[in-house]
Design a binder for this molecule. Sequence first.
Ligand SMILES: [Zn+2]
Length: 411
Amino acid sequence: MHRSLLPLLMLAVTACAGGSTLTTPASRAPAHPAPDAQRAPDPAPIAGTTDASDAGNAPAQPAADPPAHDPAYSNESEDEPLDDSGGNGAPGYLGHGTKTPDPLAGMTTQQIEKTLLDSPDKLGSISVGSCDAGALFNGVQMPPGEHWTRVDASHEWGTQETIDDLVRCIEHVNRKFPGSPQMYIGHVSARHGGHLVPHVSHQSGRDVDVSYYYKPDRQRWYRYATRDNLDLPRTWAFVRAVITLTDVKLLIIDRAIQKIIKDYALSIGEDRAWLDDIFRGRPGKLRPLIIHAPGHRTHIHVRFYSPKAQARARRVYPLLVHHHLIRPPTYYVTHMVKKGETLAQLARHYHTTVQAIQRANGLRSTLIHAKKEYRIPRHGGVAASGALRLPPRRLPPSEPLAGRAGAAPGS
Ligand SMILES: [Zn+2]
């Protein structure tokens, strides 16, 4: 039974709405109207698999993402070697700027293909593409927990690594500060990734929105953070845990709040140079781990690496495309021409050009015939992931290595 493949089919339907150039909530309506004459390979929506079914019951998550054109934030190229040589990683440590091991290395392509078709769950979480144009396969839902509240559980699906990392950091805060209020967990990704209103990112199971920690009785989702209402010890403990205990790619925190948190960290004796690297980076050498974007005074956005889920995606991607389980950046739909339709109309309808349709069908003229099928090129699928080179984890000089496996409980 290919039950777990069905969601990916859904993804194929929805992925085209997540164009990476969309920048504002208002413009994030599907870029292409559903073409009525469109046929296979668009599978029909399957009842019960849509993620939007209970979105209406959940507290709305206000628009939160920074603009996609922010180079610090959008569609980062993960295949580029990252110049993060200033970290404190040691040889042999997972985060030491090394290529991450391929969890599917023991399988041949044929074995992966058979598993994909017979029991895809066995492949584990797969984070395909980028955070701005991606998909999630075999996602894991944020579980209920004593120390957090899920704001919108139906849109809190991540890779196994994302969920593990998030839980580890919250539990760390609670070990350090027993009796902490529950952290609110906002959106992670939709069950199968892809476009998630109102975000540009959150598409591949590696982005998480969480609340700050506030002073007693002030804990509320989307509360505007200030120097007066923030619980700085807990908020810093969380941010510090994300940085030291996980493979985090970036955190987004409002600039004003960054200053408050950094001042607090200095006041309790954290290393100034380490903090500068985290909050400011070194121009041209080391990018900051914490960046500013508008809208992040109410919550923290965390983007994790998922080395295993991203490595799996590299192996599985061609198979996903081959079996029409995912759409490549350019894909084709078939259109049966109705009487009176012109090539120019088709081009407008599908947001493409007359020339592109001509090329796709080997047409020398603009003449098309009723009741005949034509291939129409479309854009907006998911691109293959590049090789991931994990930067060293940025640890304070005082701290022993706290690798993924070596994170001591209670540390
Ligand atoms: Zn976010």
